[in-house]
Design a binder for this molecule. Sequence first.
Ligand SMILES: Cc1ncc(COP(=O)(O)O)c(C=O)c1O
Length: 396
Amino acid sequence: MELSARLRAMAPSPTLALDQKVKARIKRGERVTPFHLGEPDFDTPVAAAQAAIDAIHAGKTHYTQAAGIPELRAAVAGKLRRDQGLAYAPEDVLVSVGAKHSLYNLFMTVLDPGDEVVIPSPYWVTYPDQVRLTGAIPVIVPCGPDTGYKLTAAALKEALGPRTRAVVLNSPQNPTGAVYTRQELEDLARVIVGHPDLLVVSDEIYEKLVYGTSTHTSIASLGPEIFARTVVVNGCSKAYAMTGWRIGYMAGPRPIIQAAGDFQSQVTSNPTSIAQWAAVEAIAGDQSPVEAMRRAFDRRRQLMVEHLSAIEDVTVMDPGGAFYCFPDVSRRLQRPVLGRMLSSSAELAELLLEEAQVSTVPGEAFGAPGHLRLSYACDDDTIREGVGRMRDLLAR
Ligand SMILES: Cc1ncc(COP(=O)(O)O)c(C=O)c1O
């Protein structure tokens, strides 16, 4: 059976594949420390869950408008005004089945085959494959520890060409936890508005999870010119521990939102009705559960950084946001581990899983070999024990 060229060129999500593998081990009774996880370990706030239960009892279980219920589009517009100072009308918002779906809708809406999309690496695993599915070309711009794993205005300028249609920004960033400062975004915005027809896809899904002196700024808030060039993507998964509910959204220039809504109407129709009602409550209701989760993540972040920093030949940047550490293990790879030389962080991640029962995601998945991603969406004891086992293995 011949598959399409499109699918033959696509790789399945490496993080989801790893998750299946680890879950199978846990089912077999193995005690695996799940540092590979990309979701909060908290429960969905009670009020949001109750809103879905109420929606079921009220019979709100039919098709909704394909672009989302008006109440949710209004709640999102209100949230973007409240939290980011952005003036969107409900019609400028499209609700989809998770931010991943929003991103795919968006790429399908604005990209033609042969267009180029600038993606800074390390990147979230999904961007390049989604871009390729449209026939467009990801232009990967490596961003190392010297710039805090962030894209600079100079590097962006260098990557732009006549076919560049979009640049993907993700702050706070998965996998590094990097958070762009206002100044850095202003510098990028200046380059973007100077380039004809260039759009910014601003993935702000970790917006609520920032720590220490880091603050979240949406690039769209930096003036009318850049506002007109930006599509903000966000969702309920990370801020409200609602990964399974599958509610994401985008907001941006109305012609794009309308066209993306038309596309969605032919592909999925509306996101699940009751999940949309839960999202209205999560986004517009009491925000205190978010702060409680953020504080817990902050404590775990400090614990994980402290323990990782104690491992010889491993360096880790203090992440300003999200819930990941992204240690550089390349120096450690220059010496044997358990008597043999490893050629990559992918091999090291394999070994950590086999010999120390610690699951991490190798940097290769994010276009950044020589690193590992560890999530601190787990309790303090798990962090101490898992990083401890990692340290013991790396000492051998
Ligand atoms: C950077 C980033 N963007 C988007 C998503 C997608 O989130 P969802 O589809 O659950 O809303 C994720 C999830 O891991 C992510 O890390």
